[in-house]
Unconditional design. Structure first.
Length: 331
DNA sequence: AACTGAAACAACCGCGATACA
DNA sequence: CTGTATCGCGGTTGTTTCAGT
């Protein structure tokens, strides 16, 4: 092969390409005896002609115990969407929220999904959010010169989207404040190829959820629904974004980062309602992390924490249904 | 049945971060 | 303090599978 010659190509004595069952067995036996890590010693201490890197990858993606195989469940898909909205292309970090799943799996899932939607000319997020984003961009456009506007690349690429079905309004907006026809035809800006935009947070379905968490931050009232919303949770160390999404931005880990950046730049997020919703997404993601992590005994920080998971599941399922329907529409 | 394109999956590569001598 | 080795992550590419024509 390259990679299709049965994995026989050797580079400096090291084999490449698909792993054989024998190789798997050798690696598993080695890890059983010596544990994970020290991957470069595998080649030295066994007859396995694989570099340490390759061994680590094979173990992590295929041989590791407790790996969950098969298609992603609707819950997992939802979680991926929301994690991506929050983290951007941080596959390993996303995988940490999905026990039994690998970063590679999630990455592949996302990339194929993106391709599919891009090919179909569909946005990655529902019409409600698109419209809000378009409004926000218009305001930003007025406030900032295009050359310095971080959203400028998106602003200039308008595409007509037809028959993009939004989810049931009760899902996106249980209060009715975000209600919109279930099928609409309108013009919205589309991100340029390769620019990923997130789905809305599930917290929109639960605006009442973490009111008790409202602490020192007060964003006042918001344009969409004026509901009290949870404060943003700023990580101690702001994660630098992936370079794949919004490559022009210093913050590109997702829409949330972009919006947070705009807050720092004096943007008018308070009046358009996007930030609080995305911030509450951040909260939800944390809940999910706890829930999923506890369910499998993995994850961090899930000691003795109860969660609203049960209540969220129903909406999860509905959201997933909607998501599936979009997929069917594409087909 | 053959062909084609899309989707899914597997693996490699480059690079940055970290550990260690 | 510096250089090197190792590890892990994210991006990319190649292969296989499957559905539609």
């Amino acid at each position: 092969m390259t990679r299709s010659d049965g994995g026989g190509s050797r580079d400096g004595g090291l084999k490449k390409g698909p792993w054989t069952a024998v190789e798997d067995a050798i690696l598993m036996e080695y890890v059983r005896k010596h544990g994970e890590g020290s991957w470069n010693t595998v080649q030295k201490n066994t007859e396995l002609a694989r570099c340490g890197k390759s061994c680590r990858l094979r173990w992590a993606n295929h041989l590791r115990p407790n790996l969950k195989k098969g298609a992603f469940s609707p819950d997992e898909e939802l979680l991926i969407l929301r994690l991506h909205a929050q983290l951007g292309n941080k596959w390993a970090r996303m995988a940490a929220h999905l026990p039994g799943r690998t970063d590679n799996e999630i990455k592949n899932y996302w990339n194929t999904r993106i391709k599919r939607r891009q090919r179909a000319g569909l946005p990655l997020y529902p019409s409600d959010i698109q419209r809000e984003l378009a409004l926000k961009r218009q305001r930003l456009h007025r406030n900032h010169p295009p050359s310095t506007n971080p959203l400028a690349p998106i602003l200039t690429n308008n595409t007509t989207i037809t028959h993009f079905s939004s989810p049931p309004s009760s899902l996106l907006d249980p209060t009715g404040c975000l209600s919109t026809p279930t099928s609409t035809t309108f013009n919205v800006p589309l991100p340029p190829p390769g620019h990923h935009l997130p789905f809305p947070s599930r917290s929109m379905f639960h605006p009442q959820q973490p009111q008790q968490q409202q602490m020192e931050f007060n964003f006042g009232t918001f344009g969409l629904n004026s509901l009290p919303l949870p404060p943003p949770v700023f990580p101690n160390k702001m994660e630098l974004p992936s370079t794949q999404t919004f490559t022009e931005l210093p913050f590109s880990g997702g829409l949330l980062d972009t919006l947070l950046q705009e807050v720092q730049a004096g943007g008018d997020l308070q009046s358009n309602g996007l930030l609080p919703e995305l911030v509450s997404c951040d909260q939800d993601v944390k809940w999910n992390h706890l829930c999923v992590g506890c369910a499998s005994g993995e994850g961090s920080g899930c000691k003795g924490v109860t969660s609203p998971q049960d209540g969220l599941m129903e909406s999860d399922a509905k959201w997933a249904d909607w998501n599936w329907s979009i997929g069917q529409e594409i087909r």
